[in-house]
Design a protein around this ligand. Structure first.
Ligand code: ATP
Ligand code: MG
Length: 576
């Protein structure tokens, strides 16, 4: 069972497709598409749609198009399109030669629109945008016909061709479908099909000054590409009658079927390109690939793997029910994946010095450490051990509680892959801060020698003062302080709920020397601390930079308990 209570593998969409194949509909073909608008970067919600569309195509030996819905040149950019392609590829999907653009079909859309006018199914309206809004009516009140609704076909054809020829200013005319101004479905009250936009398009340049509306372009594109199952999110449910109406009027080679599923909503974050763009514009995050962003680019830089994201999407399931998925669920997938693939290493994030008073100065011993406890094939490495070491400041307490099994005055602890040490003295500065911990080591207790040894309760990690390398380590926390910052019912703007502590930087962390030249994007488990990934090179920072991917244990359970919301894997309903 997955989070939404279904058996994975046959969600309702896969069931429909299986039924269509067995009944021979669409000649048993499965053709899908992922249709992003290139007006921003993709987020985790899009990942669900990508996994679904490319997934069902692959499972049924079908095909999936990556189609850019580039019908609004004002908001769209080529670099967004490039970023989107890179993200889809990184997630592990291949569109082959099926990379298309709605703009590839501008000529066909125009011809389809002319066809509708010729059939008397569309007309050029000359009301202003504001008047059109007034005439449309409301949910409780029927709309009324535009005075231009009964224009002759010839007049509409003439105006439409002159719209195309650039004779008019923006908003002077629109092409509308002639359906039903009193329909209970607002989308059928003579929706606009084309509008005038005297702007250049990123791909077609100045060839066009009229652009098709999304519903029209999307439906005709689906039919032209032979899409069999057009999968989209629930907000398009009310648009389906229009989708079907357009297909009914036009003589197109294919008849796709639109099927809606619920959006993926992730707790403590937002999945809206528009809102994510605001965070960037206002400087709350560093860009689309800020590791706190729920974008695919951000998650990649955060060290999430494509495998983990795909696993998460598959466990999230496909349903028609709106729900909010807990962040713990995504992190669970990330941990499961990194546990297998990430080598282990030692790093000290908040160092305090330990001096082994009975260890010879100037000597370096190489300690053998396994790169992965469960996978000998990942090999071993040598970690230098010296008289002066760093340990984690909070692994020492002068006056610890009873169950503290780390280092304390007169107490013993094992150094991972090293010796048992005993604290004999504590050096402090004038402010009373511990600056050095003096210990003795027991030479009879070196790890891995196979001799019978005594045992101590605690084992802590360490690095050599002399051989370790300074690193900057960035610790991320949730971006928002409430579970559903995007909910329409919230009193304040979503940005008011940003978590001021979403990033903590440890500029003077120390890492073992084997990590010095790690390639950007390599993940590693810092023992006892969590999974980390080496960040891309930043010319302004001279040290290696590591991002924390995820802690070793689920820290969300505690947060959710404190906030009274369900544990990871549970569900809450949402309002937006
Ligand atoms: P946004 O609101 O973030 O701009 P969008 O729906 O406008 O999202 P598109 O680029 O139009 O963004 O989306 C491309 C595809 O991804 C569409 O088929 C859309 O239904 C799907 N999609 C977008 N958001 C989600 C989500 N949260 N969960 C599942 N699918 C989504
Ligand atoms: Mg959209």
């Amino acid at each position: 069972m997955n989070e939404t209570g279904e058996t994975p593998g046959k969600d309702f969409i896969r069931q429909i497709i299986a039924d269509d194949i067995s009944s021979g509909k669409h000649e048993g073909q499965v053709v899908t598409r992922f249709p992003p608008e290139p007006n921003g970067f993709l987020h985790i919600g899009h990942a669900k749609s990508i996994c679904l569309n490319f997934g069902v195509a692959a499972e049924n030996s079908g095909q999936c198009y990556l189609r850019f819905d580039d019908t609004n040149p004002v908001k769209e950019r080529q670099d967004f399109a490039d970023g989107i392609s890179a993200d889809v590829r990184w997630l592990g999907f291949d569109w082959g030669d099926r990379l298309t653009h709605a703009s590839d079909y501008f000529e066909q859309f125009y011809a389809a629109a002319v066809d509708l006018v010729q059939q008397g199914k569309a007309y050029v309206d000359s009301l202003s945008a504001e008047q059109i809004r007034e005439y449309r009516g409301t949910l409780t009140e029927s709309g009324k016909d535009s005075p231009y609704r009964d224009r002759t076909i010839e007049e509409s054809l003439d105006l439409f061709s002159r719209m195309r020829a650039g004779e008019f200013a923006d908003g002077e005319h629109v092409l509308r479908a002639r359906i039903d101004m009193s329909s209970s479905n607002m989308n059928l009250r003579d929706p606009a099909l084309y509008r005038i936009r005297n702007v250049a398009h990123q791909r077609t340049g100045d060839s066009w000054c009229i652009y098709p509306m999304y519903d029209f372009a999307h439906t005709v594109s689906d039919a032209l590409e032979g899409i069999t199952h057009s999968l989209c999110t629930l907000e398009f449910e009310d648009h389906r009658p229009l989708y079907d109406w357009i297909l009914d009027q036009l003589d197109l080679a294919h008849r796709p079927r639109q099927i809606e599923f619920s959006r993926l909503n992730l707790a403590y974050t937002i999945t809206s390109k528009r809102k994510l763009a605001q965070l960037i514009e206002l400087g709350h995050v560093s860009g689309w690939d800020d590791p706190r962003m729920p974008t695919i680019a951000g998650m990649r830089r955060r060290g999430y793997t494509p495998e983990a994201i795909r696993d998460f999407c598959s466990r999230a399931g496909v349903t028609k029910k709106e729900h909010l998925i807990q962040m713990g669920s995504l992190e669970f997938s990330v941990r499961e994946d990194l546990n297998v693939r990430a080598p282990r290493a030692m790093a000290v994030l908040n160092p305090v010095k330990v001096v082994l008073t009975n260890y010879p100065a100037g000597e370096t011993e190489m300690m053998t450490a396994a790169n992965h406890p469960g996978n000998p094939e990942m090999g071993e490495r040598q970690v230098p051990f010296t008289r002066e070491l760093y340990i984690e400041r909070d692994d020492f307490m002068e006056d610890p509680p009873r169950k503290f099994f780390r280092l304390r005055p007169d107490g013993e602890v094992r150094l991972r892959y090293g010796y048992i040490i005993k604290c004999v003295d504590v050096i402090k500065n004038d402010a009373g801060e511990v600056t050095e911990i003096h210990c003795t080591y027991d030479p009879e207790t070196r790890s891995g020698t196979g001799e019978v040894q005594r045992k101590v309760k605690g084992t802590i990690h360490w690095v050599s003062c002399e051989h370790s390398v300074v690193a900057e380590v960035r610790l991320y926390d949730r971006l928002f302080s409430i579970a559903n910052p995007g909910a329409a019912s919230n009193e304040k703007d979503f940005k008011e709920y940003l978590n001021p502590d979403s990033l903590a930087v440890r500029e003077q962390a120390r890492i073992e020397p084997s990590l010095k030249n790690l390639e950007a994007g390599s993940s590693v488990q810092f023992e006892r601390l969590g999974y980390f990934v080496s960040d891309k090179q930043d010319p302004t920072i001279k040290h290696p930079v590591f991002n924390r991917v995820v802690t070793l244990r689920d820290s969300w359970a505690k947060i959710e308990k404190a906030q009274g919301s369900p544990r990871p894997g549970g569900r809450t309903s949402i309002t937006n």
